[in-house]
Design a protein around this ligand. Sequence first.
Ligand SMILES: NC(=O)c1ccc[n+]([C@@H]2O[C@H](COP(=O)([O-])OP(=O)(O)OC[C@H]3O[C@@H](n4cnc5c(N)ncnc54)[C@H](O)[C@@H]3O)[C@@H](O)[C@H]2O)c1
Ligand SMILES: O=C(O)C(=O)C[C@@H](O)[C@H](O)[C@H](O)COP(=O)(O)O
Ligand SMILES: [Zn+2]
Length: 365
Amino acid sequence: MSDHQNPVSVPVSVPGCPYSVIIGRGLLADIGTRLSLSPHTQRAAVVASGVPATRYAPVVVEALRSSGLDAELVEVPDGEEAKTLATVEHCYERFAGMALGRDDVVVAVGGGVVGDMAGFAAASWHRGVALVQVPTTLLAQVDSSVGGKTGVNLPSGKNLVGAFHQPKAVVIDLDTLGTLPERDRVAGLGEVAKYGFISDPEVLRILEEAPDDAIAAGPGVVDDLVVRGIRVKAAVVSADEKEAGERALLNYGHTVGHAIEAVGGYARYRHGEAVAIGMVFAARLSEALGSASPGLADRTERVLQGLGLPTGGVTATREELWQYMRRDKKARKGVRFVVCSTPGNARLVEQPPEQLIDKLLDSLR
Ligand SMILES: NC(=O)c1ccc[n+]([C@@H]2O[C@H](COP(=O)([O-])OP(=O)(O)OC[C@H]3O[C@@H](n4cnc5c(N)ncnc54)[C@H](O)[C@@H]3O)[C@@H](O)[C@H]2O)c1
Ligand SMILES: O=C(O)C(=O)C[C@@H](O)[C@H](O)[C@H](O)COP(=O)(O)O
Ligand SMILES: [Zn+2]
Protein backbone atom coordinates (compact mmCIF):
# COMPACT_ATOMS: atom_id res chain seq x y z
CA MET A 1 0.00 0.00 0.00
CA SER A 2 2.51 2.62 1.03
CA ASP A 3 6.25 3.06 1.31
CA HIS A 4 8.52 6.03 1.87
CA GLN A 5 8.14 7.00 -1.78
CA ASN A 6 4.36 6.83 -1.69
CA PRO A 7 3.01 7.36 1.79
CA VAL A 8 -0.72 7.68 2.30
CA SER A 9 -1.86 11.07 3.56
CA VAL A 10 -5.12 11.36 5.51
CA PRO A 11 -6.35 14.92 6.16
CA VAL A 12 -7.73 15.91 9.56
CA SER A 13 -9.94 18.93 8.95
CA VAL A 14 -10.21 20.37 12.43
CA PRO A 15 -11.48 23.95 12.03
CA GLY A 16 -8.63 26.42 12.47
CA CYS A 17 -5.85 23.83 12.69
CA PRO A 18 -6.02 21.25 9.89
CA TYR A 19 -3.16 18.78 9.54
CA SER A 20 -2.20 15.57 7.79
CA VAL A 21 -1.52 12.07 9.00
CA ILE A 22 1.26 10.60 6.87
CA ILE A 23 1.30 6.78 6.86
CA GLY A 24 4.10 4.79 5.27
CA ARG A 25 7.33 2.93 5.85
CA GLY A 26 10.88 4.19 6.26
CA LEU A 27 9.68 7.70 7.06
CA LEU A 28 11.81 8.56 10.10
CA ALA A 29 15.22 9.09 8.48
CA ASP A 30 14.05 12.20 6.62
CA ILE A 31 11.21 13.25 8.91
CA GLY A 32 12.46 16.84 8.96
CA THR A 33 11.50 17.24 5.30
CA ARG A 34 7.95 16.03 5.98
CA LEU A 35 6.96 18.67 8.54
CA SER A 36 5.87 22.17 7.65
CA LEU A 37 7.02 23.93 10.80
CA SER A 38 7.10 27.67 11.36
CA PRO A 39 10.15 29.37 9.76
CA HIS A 40 10.88 30.67 13.29
CA THR A 41 11.27 27.18 14.78
CA GLN A 42 14.81 26.64 16.08
CA ARG A 43 14.57 23.92 18.70
CA ALA A 44 12.89 20.51 18.97
CA ALA A 45 12.39 18.51 22.17
CA VAL A 46 12.08 14.87 21.12
CA VAL A 47 10.29 13.11 24.00
CA ALA A 48 10.54 9.32 24.25
CA SER A 49 10.80 6.39 26.69
CA GLY A 50 11.76 2.71 26.64
CA VAL A 51 12.70 1.06 23.33
CA PRO A 52 11.65 4.06 21.18
CA ALA A 53 14.04 6.27 23.21
CA THR A 54 17.00 4.13 22.20
CA ARG A 55 15.89 2.98 18.78
CA TYR A 56 13.68 5.56 17.04
CA ALA A 57 14.05 8.91 18.82
CA PRO A 58 17.81 9.14 18.01
CA VAL A 59 16.94 8.73 14.29
CA VAL A 60 14.37 11.51 14.62
CA VAL A 61 16.86 13.76 16.49
CA GLU A 62 19.47 13.25 13.75
CA ALA A 63 16.94 13.88 10.97
CA LEU A 64 15.78 17.11 12.61
CA ARG A 65 19.38 18.25 13.09
CA SER A 66 19.99 17.61 9.39
CA SER A 67 17.05 19.91 8.70
CA GLY A 68 18.76 22.66 10.69
CA LEU A 69 16.97 22.34 14.02
CA ASP A 70 18.65 22.22 17.41
CA ALA A 71 17.08 18.88 18.47
CA GLU A 72 17.51 17.14 21.83
CA LEU A 73 16.24 13.85 23.23
CA VAL A 74 14.13 14.20 26.38
CA GLU A 75 13.97 10.73 27.89
CA VAL A 76 11.14 10.01 30.35
CA PRO A 77 10.15 6.96 32.43
CA ASP A 78 8.26 4.28 30.51
CA GLY A 79 4.75 2.85 30.85
CA GLU A 80 1.22 3.77 31.91
CA GLU A 81 2.31 4.28 35.54
CA ALA A 82 4.51 7.15 34.29
CA LYS A 83 1.62 8.99 32.60
CA THR A 84 1.64 11.49 35.45
CA LEU A 85 2.05 15.16 36.26
CA ALA A 86 5.49 14.31 37.71
CA THR A 87 6.64 13.18 34.25
CA VAL A 88 5.17 16.33 32.70
CA GLU A 89 7.14 18.38 35.24
CA HIS A 90 10.31 16.51 34.29
CA CYS A 91 9.64 17.54 30.66
CA TYR A 92 9.13 21.19 31.70
CA GLU A 93 12.52 21.21 33.45
CA ARG A 94 14.22 19.79 30.36
CA PHE A 95 12.38 22.29 28.11
CA ALA A 96 13.61 25.11 30.35
CA GLY A 97 17.15 23.74 30.19
CA MET A 98 17.15 23.80 26.40
CA ALA A 99 15.36 27.19 26.26
CA LEU A 100 12.45 25.75 24.30
CA GLY A 101 10.49 28.81 23.18
CA ARG A 102 7.08 29.66 21.77
CA ASP A 103 8.11 29.02 18.15
CA ASP A 104 9.70 25.67 18.97
CA VAL A 105 8.29 22.16 18.78
CA VAL A 106 7.75 19.08 20.93
CA VAL A 107 8.02 15.79 19.04
CA ALA A 108 6.48 12.77 20.80
CA VAL A 109 8.07 9.47 19.69
CA GLY A 110 6.45 6.40 21.22
CA GLY A 111 3.17 4.87 22.28
CA GLY A 112 -0.01 6.49 23.51
CA VAL A 113 1.48 7.18 26.94
CA VAL A 114 4.31 9.34 25.62
CA GLY A 115 1.99 10.91 23.02
CA ASP A 116 -0.63 11.91 25.61
CA MET A 117 1.89 13.03 28.27
CA ALA A 118 4.27 14.93 25.95
CA GLY A 119 1.22 16.32 24.14
CA PHE A 120 0.01 17.80 27.43
CA ALA A 121 3.49 19.17 28.15
CA ALA A 122 3.38 20.87 24.71
CA ALA A 123 -0.17 22.15 25.31
CA SER A 124 0.85 23.81 28.57
CA TRP A 125 4.51 24.86 28.02
CA HIS A 126 4.51 28.63 27.39
CA ARG A 127 0.70 28.18 27.16
CA GLY A 128 1.06 25.99 24.10
CA VAL A 129 3.82 25.15 21.62
CA ALA A 130 3.74 23.11 18.41
CA LEU A 131 3.44 19.33 18.68
CA VAL A 132 4.33 16.56 16.23
CA GLN A 133 3.23 12.99 16.92
CA VAL A 134 5.44 10.09 15.80
CA PRO A 135 3.52 7.05 17.11
CA THR A 136 5.37 3.73 17.36
CA THR A 137 2.76 1.37 18.87
CA LEU A 138 -0.20 0.02 16.92
CA LEU A 139 -2.56 1.67 19.40
CA ALA A 140 -0.91 5.06 18.99
CA GLN A 141 -0.75 4.71 15.20
CA VAL A 142 -4.41 3.84 14.86
CA ASP A 143 -5.88 6.05 17.57
CA SER A 144 -4.06 8.20 20.14
CA SER A 145 -1.74 10.20 17.86
CA VAL A 146 -4.69 11.77 16.05
CA GLY A 147 -7.37 14.07 17.42
CA GLY A 148 -5.55 16.20 19.97
CA LYS A 149 -6.65 14.58 23.24
CA THR A 150 -3.62 15.00 25.50
CA GLY A 151 -3.32 14.41 29.23
CA VAL A 152 -2.27 12.34 32.20
CA ASN A 153 -3.82 10.05 34.80
CA LEU A 154 -4.43 10.75 38.48
CA PRO A 155 -4.76 8.05 41.15
CA SER A 156 -8.44 9.08 41.19
CA GLY A 157 -9.01 8.43 37.50
CA LYS A 158 -7.85 8.02 33.96
CA ASN A 159 -6.93 11.07 31.83
CA LEU A 160 -8.55 13.39 34.38
CA VAL A 161 -6.09 16.21 33.60
CA GLY A 162 -5.52 17.29 30.03
CA ALA A 163 -6.16 19.60 27.13
CA PHE A 164 -7.25 19.45 23.53
CA HIS A 165 -4.09 20.31 21.59
CA GLN A 166 -3.96 19.25 17.96
CA PRO A 167 -0.62 18.19 16.49
CA LYS A 168 0.87 20.06 13.51
CA ALA A 169 1.51 16.69 11.87
CA VAL A 170 1.35 12.97 12.57
CA VAL A 171 4.01 10.76 10.96
CA ILE A 172 3.27 7.02 11.16
CA ASP A 173 6.20 4.81 10.23
CA LEU A 174 4.73 1.30 10.14
CA ASP A 175 8.24 -0.21 10.19
CA THR A 176 8.48 0.67 13.89
CA LEU A 177 5.91 -2.04 14.64
CA GLY A 178 8.65 -4.58 13.84
CA THR A 179 10.05 -4.24 17.39
CA LEU A 180 6.73 -3.98 19.24
CA PRO A 181 6.15 -6.92 21.64
CA GLU A 182 3.16 -9.18 20.91
CA ARG A 183 1.26 -8.07 24.02
CA ASP A 184 1.28 -4.47 22.76
CA ARG A 185 0.40 -5.46 19.19
CA VAL A 186 -2.60 -7.36 20.52
CA ALA A 187 -3.60 -4.51 22.86
CA GLY A 188 -3.63 -2.13 19.87
CA LEU A 189 -6.07 -4.46 18.12
CA GLY A 190 -8.57 -3.67 20.89
CA GLU A 191 -8.89 -0.10 19.58
CA VAL A 192 -8.84 -1.41 15.99
CA ALA A 193 -11.85 -3.64 16.78
CA LYS A 194 -13.57 -0.62 18.36
CA TYR A 195 -13.67 1.07 14.93
CA GLY A 196 -15.45 -2.03 13.60
CA PHE A 197 -18.20 -1.71 16.20
CA ILE A 198 -18.72 2.04 15.95
CA SER A 199 -18.15 2.79 12.28
CA ASP A 200 -16.48 0.36 9.86
CA PRO A 201 -17.77 -3.26 10.04
CA GLU A 202 -15.25 -4.30 7.37
CA VAL A 203 -12.62 -4.00 10.11
CA LEU A 204 -14.35 -6.80 12.05
CA ARG A 205 -14.50 -8.96 8.95
CA ILE A 206 -10.74 -8.54 8.45
CA LEU A 207 -10.03 -9.33 12.11
CA GLU A 208 -12.23 -12.43 11.93
CA GLU A 209 -10.74 -13.64 8.65
CA ALA A 210 -7.06 -12.98 9.34
CA PRO A 211 -6.47 -12.68 13.11
CA ASP A 212 -2.94 -14.09 12.88
CA ASP A 213 -1.93 -11.56 10.20
CA ALA A 214 -3.38 -8.77 12.29
CA ILE A 215 -1.44 -9.92 15.37
CA ALA A 216 1.78 -10.35 13.36
CA ALA A 217 1.56 -6.67 12.35
CA GLY A 218 3.79 -7.25 9.32
CA PRO A 219 3.19 -5.38 6.05
CA GLY A 220 -0.22 -6.04 4.50
CA VAL A 221 -3.22 -6.49 6.77
CA VAL A 222 -1.97 -4.11 9.43
CA ASP A 223 -1.30 -1.32 6.90
CA ASP A 224 -4.93 -1.60 5.78
CA LEU A 225 -6.21 -1.64 9.37
CA VAL A 226 -4.20 1.45 10.34
CA VAL A 227 -5.40 3.42 7.31
CA ARG A 228 -9.03 2.35 7.91
CA GLY A 229 -8.82 3.25 11.60
CA ILE A 230 -7.22 6.63 10.95
CA ARG A 231 -9.85 7.46 8.34
CA VAL A 232 -12.60 6.86 10.91
CA LYS A 233 -10.81 8.82 13.63
CA ALA A 234 -9.97 11.72 11.28
CA ALA A 235 -13.59 11.98 10.13
CA VAL A 236 -14.99 11.92 13.68
CA VAL A 237 -12.60 14.50 15.17
CA SER A 238 -12.92 16.73 12.10
CA ALA A 239 -16.67 16.84 12.71
CA ASP A 240 -16.54 17.19 16.52
CA GLU A 241 -13.13 18.24 17.84
CA LYS A 242 -14.11 18.88 21.48
CA GLU A 243 -16.51 15.94 21.99
CA ALA A 244 -19.75 17.89 22.00
CA GLY A 245 -21.51 14.91 20.42
CA GLU A 246 -20.33 12.32 17.91
CA ARG A 247 -16.76 12.13 19.24
CA ALA A 248 -18.04 10.41 22.38
CA LEU A 249 -18.61 7.31 20.23
CA LEU A 250 -14.81 6.86 20.15
CA ASN A 251 -15.24 6.09 23.85
CA TYR A 252 -17.01 2.78 23.11
CA GLY A 253 -15.90 0.31 25.81
CA HIS A 254 -14.03 3.01 27.73
CA THR A 255 -16.38 3.78 30.65
CA VAL A 256 -15.75 0.36 32.14
CA GLY A 257 -12.31 0.02 30.48
CA HIS A 258 -10.91 3.12 32.17
CA ALA A 259 -12.33 2.02 35.53
CA ILE A 260 -10.65 -1.39 35.17
CA GLU A 261 -7.31 0.30 34.43
CA ALA A 262 -7.61 2.67 37.39
CA VAL A 263 -8.58 -0.05 39.89
CA GLY A 264 -5.48 -1.95 38.76
CA GLY A 265 -3.29 1.07 39.56
CA TYR A 266 -2.55 1.46 35.81
CA ALA A 267 -0.18 -1.50 36.15
CA ARG A 268 -2.29 -4.58 35.52
CA TYR A 269 -3.84 -4.01 32.10
CA ARG A 270 -2.75 -2.38 28.88
CA HIS A 271 -5.29 0.25 27.81
CA GLY A 272 -6.36 -1.82 24.78
CA GLU A 273 -6.91 -4.88 26.99
CA ALA A 274 -9.12 -2.96 29.40
CA VAL A 275 -11.07 -1.49 26.47
CA ALA A 276 -11.61 -5.03 25.12
CA ILE A 277 -13.27 -6.07 28.40
CA GLY A 278 -15.19 -2.77 28.35
CA MET A 279 -16.52 -3.57 24.87
CA VAL A 280 -17.82 -6.95 26.08
CA PHE A 281 -19.68 -5.04 28.80
CA ALA A 282 -20.94 -2.48 26.26
CA ALA A 283 -22.19 -5.19 23.89
CA ARG A 284 -24.02 -6.98 26.74
CA LEU A 285 -25.53 -3.65 27.80
CA SER A 286 -26.60 -2.92 24.21
CA GLU A 287 -28.42 -6.26 24.07
CA ALA A 288 -29.95 -5.90 27.53
CA LEU A 289 -31.37 -2.47 26.64
CA GLY A 290 -32.86 -3.89 23.46
CA SER A 291 -30.60 -1.59 21.43
CA ALA A 292 -28.82 -4.45 19.69
CA SER A 293 -30.04 -7.66 18.18
CA PRO A 294 -29.01 -10.82 20.05
CA GLY A 295 -25.64 -12.07 18.87
CA LEU A 296 -23.65 -8.85 19.19
CA ALA A 297 -22.14 -9.83 22.55
CA ASP A 298 -21.23 -13.33 21.33
CA ARG A 299 -19.60 -11.90 18.22
CA THR A 300 -17.71 -9.35 20.31
CA GLU A 301 -16.29 -12.08 22.53
CA ARG A 302 -15.40 -14.27 19.55
CA VAL A 303 -13.55 -11.50 17.69
CA LEU A 304 -11.64 -10.35 20.77
CA GLN A 305 -10.76 -13.87 21.94
CA GLY A 306 -9.59 -14.71 18.42
CA LEU A 307 -7.06 -11.90 18.80
CA GLY A 308 -5.96 -13.04 22.25
CA LEU A 309 -7.61 -10.12 24.07
CA PRO A 310 -9.20 -10.57 27.52
CA THR A 311 -13.00 -10.63 27.68
CA GLY A 312 -13.47 -11.15 31.43
CA GLY A 313 -11.56 -12.20 34.54
CA VAL A 314 -12.12 -8.87 36.28
CA THR A 315 -11.35 -9.15 40.00
CA ALA A 316 -12.35 -5.60 40.98
CA THR A 317 -15.58 -5.30 42.93
CA ARG A 318 -18.50 -3.42 41.40
CA GLU A 319 -18.17 -0.76 44.13
CA GLU A 320 -14.55 -0.18 43.11
CA LEU A 321 -15.53 0.10 39.45
CA TRP A 322 -18.44 2.47 40.22
CA GLN A 323 -16.09 4.79 42.10
CA TYR A 324 -14.17 5.46 38.86
CA MET A 325 -17.11 5.21 36.43
CA ARG A 326 -18.85 8.06 38.27
CA ARG A 327 -15.86 10.29 37.38
CA ASP A 328 -16.05 9.40 33.67
CA LYS A 329 -15.79 12.58 31.60
CA LYS A 330 -18.92 11.70 29.58
CA ALA A 331 -21.04 11.74 32.74
CA ARG A 332 -23.77 14.38 32.97
CA LYS A 333 -26.51 13.87 35.55
CA GLY A 334 -25.33 10.29 35.68
CA VAL A 335 -22.98 7.96 33.88
CA ARG A 336 -23.50 7.76 30.12
CA PHE A 337 -22.50 4.74 28.02
CA VAL A 338 -21.87 4.18 24.34
CA VAL A 339 -23.95 1.29 22.96
CA CYS A 340 -23.82 -0.46 19.60
CA SER A 341 -26.89 -1.57 17.63
CA THR A 342 -25.18 -3.33 14.75
CA PRO A 343 -21.47 -3.30 13.91
CA GLY A 344 -20.81 0.13 12.44
CA ASN A 345 -23.59 1.87 14.36
CA ALA A 346 -23.25 3.27 17.87
CA ARG A 347 -24.94 5.88 20.06
CA LEU A 348 -24.88 7.29 23.57
CA VAL A 349 -27.41 6.27 26.22
CA GLU A 350 -28.14 8.25 29.38
CA GLN A 351 -28.10 6.59 32.80
CA PRO A 352 -29.13 2.98 32.23
CA PRO A 353 -30.65 1.40 35.40
CA GLU A 354 -27.97 0.88 38.07
CA GLN A 355 -29.19 -2.65 38.86
CA LEU A 356 -28.63 -3.64 35.25
CA ILE A 357 -25.13 -2.16 35.28
CA ASP A 358 -24.37 -4.05 38.51
CA LYS A 359 -25.51 -7.35 37.01
CA LEU A 360 -23.42 -6.79 33.90
CA LEU A 361 -20.35 -5.76 35.91
CA ASP A 362 -20.67 -9.03 37.84
CA SER A 363 -20.78 -10.90 34.53
CA LEU A 364 -17.21 -9.69 33.77
CA ARG A 365 -15.69 -11.73 36.61
N1 LIG B 1 -5.30 10.57 23.12
C1 LIG B 1 -6.08 9.62 22.65
O1 LIG B 1 -6.98 9.87 21.83
C2 LIG B 1 -5.86 8.20 23.10
C3 LIG B 1 -6.47 7.16 22.39
C4 LIG B 1 -6.24 5.86 22.80
C5 LIG B 1 -5.39 5.60 23.87
N2 LIG B 1 -4.80 6.64 24.52
C6 LIG B 1 -3.86 6.39 25.61
O2 LIG B 1 -2.76 5.64 25.09
C7 LIG B 1 -2.15 4.93 26.16
C8 LIG B 1 -1.81 3.52 25.75
O3 LIG B 1 -0.87 3.57 24.69
P1 LIG B 1 -0.03 2.29 24.24
O4 LIG B 1 -0.89 1.11 24.20
O5 LIG B 1 0.70 2.69 23.04
O6 LIG B 1 0.95 2.03 25.48
P2 LIG B 1 2.39 2.62 25.82
O7 LIG B 1 2.56 3.96 25.29
O8 LIG B 1 2.61 2.39 27.27
O9 LIG B 1 3.37 1.65 25.00
C9 LIG B 1 3.44 0.29 25.39
C10 LIG B 1 4.90 -0.17 25.51
O10 LIG B 1 5.47 -0.31 24.22
C11 LIG B 1 6.75 0.33 24.15
N3 LIG B 1 6.98 0.68 22.75
C12 LIG B 1 6.43 1.69 22.05
N4 LIG B 1 6.76 1.59 20.75
C13 LIG B 1 7.56 0.52 20.63
C14 LIG B 1 8.19 -0.11 19.54
N5 LIG B 1 8.01 0.31 18.30
N6 LIG B 1 8.96 -1.18 19.77
C15 LIG B 1 9.09 -1.68 21.05
N7 LIG B 1 8.49 -1.15 22.11
C16 LIG B 1 7.72 -0.07 21.91
C17 LIG B 1 6.62 1.47 25.11
O11 LIG B 1 7.89 1.96 25.47
C18 LIG B 1 5.81 0.81 26.24
O12 LIG B 1 6.68 0.08 27.08
C19 LIG B 1 -3.11 4.99 27.33
O13 LIG B 1 -2.63 5.88 28.30
C20 LIG B 1 -4.38 5.52 26.71
O14 LIG B 1 -5.16 6.24 27.64
C21 LIG B 1 -5.03 7.92 24.16
O1 LIG C 1 -10.22 10.33 20.76
C1 LIG C 1 -11.19 10.10 21.49
O2 LIG C 1 -12.11 10.91 21.64
C2 LIG C 1 -11.29 8.83 22.24
O3 LIG C 1 -12.15 8.67 23.07
C3 LIG C 1 -10.27 7.77 21.93
C4 LIG C 1 -10.03 6.79 23.07
O4 LIG C 1 -9.55 5.59 22.48
C5 LIG C 1 -8.96 7.25 24.05
O5 LIG C 1 -8.67 6.23 24.95
C6 LIG C 1 -9.20 8.55 24.77
O6 LIG C 1 -8.02 8.99 25.40
C7 LIG C 1 -10.25 8.48 25.83
O7 LIG C 1 -10.62 9.77 26.15
P1 LIG C 1 -11.27 10.23 27.53
O8 LIG C 1 -11.82 11.55 27.18
O9 LIG C 1 -12.31 9.21 27.90
O10 LIG C 1 -10.17 10.28 28.52
ZN1 LIG D 1 -8.84 4.30 24.01
